[in-house]
Design a protein around this ligand. Structure first.
Ligand SMILES: NC(=O)c1ccc[n+]([C@@H]2O[C@H](COP(=O)([O-])OP(=O)(O)OC[C@H]3O[C@@H](n4cnc5c(N)ncnc54)[C@H](OP(=O)(O)O)[C@@H]3O)[C@@H](O)[C@H]2O)c1
Length: 369
């Protein structure tokens, strides 16, 4: 049976005007291995905001004829050239109830599922059954809304840590939703984790979770403290969500200083121990500064979940997904400060709030509201 619904779409014009609006959609019957899900919860994550609002000037947001409009920052216009004129659906992940199921996946009918695949800021989504995970009986749609992006990324960090043979790792913006999950995993799995936060309130969140190593990047002796913890733990791996600025550089300096202490004689090339920083976010959209004052055994790379999973293969994906499903309301629990409707997403004053990406202030969209 066909289903009529609504979907949020984001468009940037060639002139640099953003327009986000609710558009009608007609979903036809599911194929043999597909389901139609009535979406009941979808988180607003930083990567969703990059598509939803693009590099918009937040102060320019207006409400026009039911749509949210705004001006793209002129300096960032070139970065959105490839999407100009396209009405793009938004929302990486979500959860809801299966209201129709293809002949091969009838067992999912009526079940609550978590899903990944885009276009989740909508009333309904037709999706391949393999991109859904049935929720445990006790779990709500809100519990299952964020069961892919942050949980699998946090688990991917630990996989990388093991695969590359590190002794400890550093994580920045560490009190984020993802950072809290990473702490729970590392505590359970015995992985030494150095958390870098930027306020005492964030440090307290991680202390309450039982984190052992927490540093505030605003402390006057942050660099010295980081070097000492890196030396104590032997950390040669870092995941940096900030991206812009000098954080990756600071971490590499700390790692090299700690490694150089082990050298018995001066080496003008620095230590030969490889030091790896993965930049996996762009919380700071500015330029990344690297002064290269840490020898030659280092690397700074981007890190993205999807290519990691494609490389890791089906066995690993299955293992990680199973852990998320089992520990959905414990290790991988997400906290939301507000639940809003699809129409609320289009209000400028609400957009200014959900765009903050502040600690503990993640928004959940409930399209059934
Ligand atoms: N590469 C991938 O595959 C992948 C996958 C999943 C997530 N991510 C990234 O992971 C990061 C965390 O996501 P999330 O959903 O867990 O975020 P979140 O819960 O919304 O938290 C964001 C955190 O970042 C902090 N922050 C914001 N701007 C900052 C800056 N310029 N410098 C330092 N800290 C800053 C915030 O602290 P304040 O309260 O102090 O602002 C807050 O603690 C995001 O960057 C996201 O894009 C990447």
């Amino acid at each position: 049976m066909a289903v009529d619904g609504l979907e949020l779409r984001s468009t940037i014009s060639a002139e640099g005007q953003l327009r986000v609006a609710l558009e009608p959609i007609a979903i036809d019957a599911p194929g043999p291995d597909e389901v139609i899900v009535r979406i009941e919860a979808a988180p607003i994550n930083p990567s969703d905001l990059a598509l939803l609002l693009g590099p918009v000037d937040i102060a320019s947001l207006r409400s026009e004829g039911g749509a949210l409009t705004g001006a793209i920052l002129p300096a960032r216009l070139a970065s959105v050239q490839a999407r100009m004129g396209q009405a793009l659906p938004v929302g990486n992940e979500g959860a809801g109830t299966v209201i129709e199921a293809g002949v091969n996946v009838q067992d999912l009918l009526g079940k609550k599922v978590g899903m990944i695949g885009g276009a989740m800021y909508a009333t309904h989504r037709k999706i391949a059954a393999r991109d859904c995970i049935p929720l445990p009986d006790h779990a709500t749609a809100a519990d299952g809304a964020s069961m892919f992006v942050n949980p699998l990324t946090a688990l991917a960090f630990v996989e990388t840590f093991r695969n590359e043979g590190h002794k400890a790792m550093v994580h920045t913006a560490a009190a984020s939703n993802l950072g809290q999950m990473l702490n729970r995993i590392c505590i359970a799995d015995g992985v030494p984790l150095i958390n870098v936060v930027r306020s005492e309130a964030q440090a307290q969140i991680l202390r309450d979770l039982g984190a052992k190593y927490i540093l505030d990047s605003n402390a006057p002796d942050f660099r010295e403290q980081l070097t000492e913890l890196v030396a104590e733990t032997g950390a040669t791996l870092a995941f940096d969500a900030i991206g812009g600025g000098a954080m990756a550089n600071t971490i590499l300096h700390a790692m090299e200083t700690a490694e150089a202490r082990k050298l018995t004689a001066y080496n003008r090339y620095g230590s030969f121990t490889h030091k790896q920083v993965y930049i996996y976010g762009m919380l700071d959209t500015g330029v990344t500064t690297l002064d290269r004052g840490y020898g030659f055994s280092w690397s700074v790379s981007g890190f993205l979940l999807t290519p990691f999973l494609m490389k890791a293969g089906m066995e690993t994906i299955g293992r990680l997904r199973a852990r998320v499903a089992t520990e959905l309301t414990t290790t991988f629990a997400s906290h939301y400060s507000q639940t809003i409707s699809l129409a609320d997403v289009l209000k400028p004053e609400v957009a200014a709030e959900y765009n903050k990406k502040a600690t503990g202030e993640k928004f959940l969209i409930d399209p059934s509201l």
